[in-house]
Design a binder for this molecule. Sequence first.
Ligand SMILES: NC(=O)c1ccc[n+]([C@@H]2O[C@H](COP(=O)([O-])OP(=O)(O)OC[C@H]3O[C@@H](n4cnc5c(N)ncnc54)[C@H](O)[C@@H]3O)[C@@H](O)[C@H]2O)c1
Ligand SMILES: O=P(O)(O)OC[C@H]1O[C@H](O[C@H]2[C@H](O)[C@@H](O)[C@@H](O)O[C@@H]2CO)[C@H](O)[C@@H](O)[C@@H]1O
Ligand SMILES: [Mn+2]
Length: 450
Amino acid sequence: MKKQNLVVVGGGSTYTIGMIMSLIAEKEQFPLKTITFYDTDGARQEQIAKATEIILREKYPELESFSYTTDKEEALKGADFVFVQIRTGGLQMREKDEQIPLRYNAVGQETCGPGGMAYGLRSIGDMIDLVKDIRHYAPDAWILNYTNPAAIVAEALKREFPNDKKLLNICDMPAAIMVSYAGILGKDVFDLVPEYFGLNHFGWFTGIYDKDGNDHTQTIKRAITEDGFIPEDAEIANDPSWIKTFKQVERMVNDFPDYLPNTYLQYYLYPTEMVEKEDPENTRARQVINGRQERVHALADQIVADGTTANVELEVDIHGRYMIRVAASMAYNNGDIFIVMVENNGTIANLPDDAMVEVPAMMTNRGPKPFAVGHIPTFYKGLIEGQLAYEQLVVDAYFENSYEKALQALTLNRTVVDAPVARQILDDLIDANKAYWPELHKRKQEAVVQ
Ligand SMILES: NC(=O)c1ccc[n+]([C@@H]2O[C@H](COP(=O)([O-])OP(=O)(O)OC[C@H]3O[C@@H](n4cnc5c(N)ncnc54)[C@H](O)[C@@H]3O)[C@@H](O)[C@H]2O)c1
Ligand SMILES: O=P(O)(O)OC[C@H]1O[C@H](O[C@H]2[C@H](O)[C@@H](O)[C@@H](O)O[C@@H]2CO)[C@H](O)[C@@H](O)[C@@H]1O
Ligand SMILES: [Mn+2]
C-alpha cells in the first residue's frame, strides 16, 4: 500500500488531536508517510502541534516526518491528501452567529438558519482561496473538506471549481448517528450500510442494513420510540447538549415515522421550541469555548509539560475515523459505501441536477459513485427544495454581492420566514461581519413606469 502525504489545513483546530488519534488507530487502513499542519494562526497551531509531536513519536514511530507551518507552499507541495477544517472568524464569530438571531426569536445555530448563512458568507472566500492554492501546489491531491457550513461551502466550491473531480465535501453527522444505531444493534458502525437522502444537515435515513443484506430499519425505529436515542460516540456521549439533541430524534420519529431523521432537522421542525430553550449568554459556541476548546488545550499543555502521553487519556472518535475511512476508500479504490455530498445529477430523481445532495456513494479512486435514490415523497421534497433554494441564494448573495439575495435566503429559511424579521437579522449580521463578508449592495430602485 502506497503511504500517503497528508496535510491538515486548520492544524490548530479543536478536532486535530482527535484526528491524530484516529490516524493512529486507522494506520493499517490509511498508512502515512508524512503529516503536515498548516494554519494561519501560528500560535494556535503550535500549541496543538507540540503535543502532536509527542503523540506521534510515541504512537506512530514509523511516520517519516511530522511538521507544521504557516507557509502554504511549504505545507502543500507534495500532498496526496488535504483535509480542510478551518473556521473563518473563529468561535468568537460563531457566538455572534448564534446570539444575533435569538434577539429576534429566530434559531441561533452554527450551520442552520441565519447563523449558518453568516458563517457561510465568511467561509466561502477563504475556502476558494485555499482550493486555488492547493491546486497550485498540489494539483493531484484529494481535498476532503469538512469546513462548515458544508452545504453552502459545497455549493460555492461547485460553482467556482466545476471541473475539479478530486474535491469532496463531507460531514460526520450521519456517521455519528450510525454509531448509535450500531450500539442498538450490537454491531460495529463500519459493518452497517445506510440508505439516506437529503442535503447536508438536512436528511433522512430510509434504511439501515448490514453487509449481509439484513434490514435493521424497523428494529432501530422500534428501539428509538420505545427506549429513546442517545449519542454513543466517545466525543459526544457525555455532552448534555448532544444528549438533548439525540433525544429529539425519538420525537421526530414519532411525528414523522417514515424515516430516521438527521439530528439537525430539530431546528427546522421545532424552531419555536429551540429558541425558547436557548440562553443567549451560553449558546453552543460558549459551551464549546469553555468545554471542548478548553479541554483540548489543557490536554495539549499537559502532554507538552510531561513530555509524554502517559498521564492523559486519548480517545478515538467517529469524526476522524469517518474522514479517514472515506480517504482510504478513494486512495486504495476500496469501493466502501459512505454518505457524502455530490452533485445530484439524477441521484434523487425529483430534485434538480445541480443540487449538492448528501447520499450514500461507493467511494473509488475515481471519486464518489452515488447510488440512485429515486423519487422522494412530497413532504421531504418540499422541505428540501426550500432549504436548497436558501442555500443557493446565500451563494448567489456571495457571488453577486447582493443584499436582496441574502434577504430572500433568510425569508425563505424555515427558521425565519417573516420578511421584516429577516431584514433585521440580516442588518445586524452585516454589522457584525464587516471584517469578513463581501459587501452586499442593495439594488437601486428602478423608476416605476406609470
Ligand atoms: N462537516 C462536519 O461534519 C464537521 C465536523 C466537525 C467540525 N467541522 C468544522 O471543522 C472546522 C474546525 O472546527 P473547530 O471547532 O475545531 O474550529 P477552530 O477554530 O478550533 O479551528 C479552526 C482552525 O482553522 C484555522 N484557520 C482559520 N482560517 C484559516 C485559513 N483561512 N487557513 C488556514 N487555517 C485557518 C484557525 O486558526 C483554527 O486554528 C469548522 O469549520 C467546523 O465547523 C465540520
Ligand atoms: O456544537 P459542536 O461544535 O460540538 O458540534 C458541531 C458539529 O456537530 C457535528 O459534528 C459532531 C460529530 O457528529 C460527532 O461525531 C463528534 O465528533 O462531535 C462533533 C461535534 O462536536 C456536525 O456534523 C458538525 O458539522 C458540526 O460542526
Ligand atoms: Mn456536519
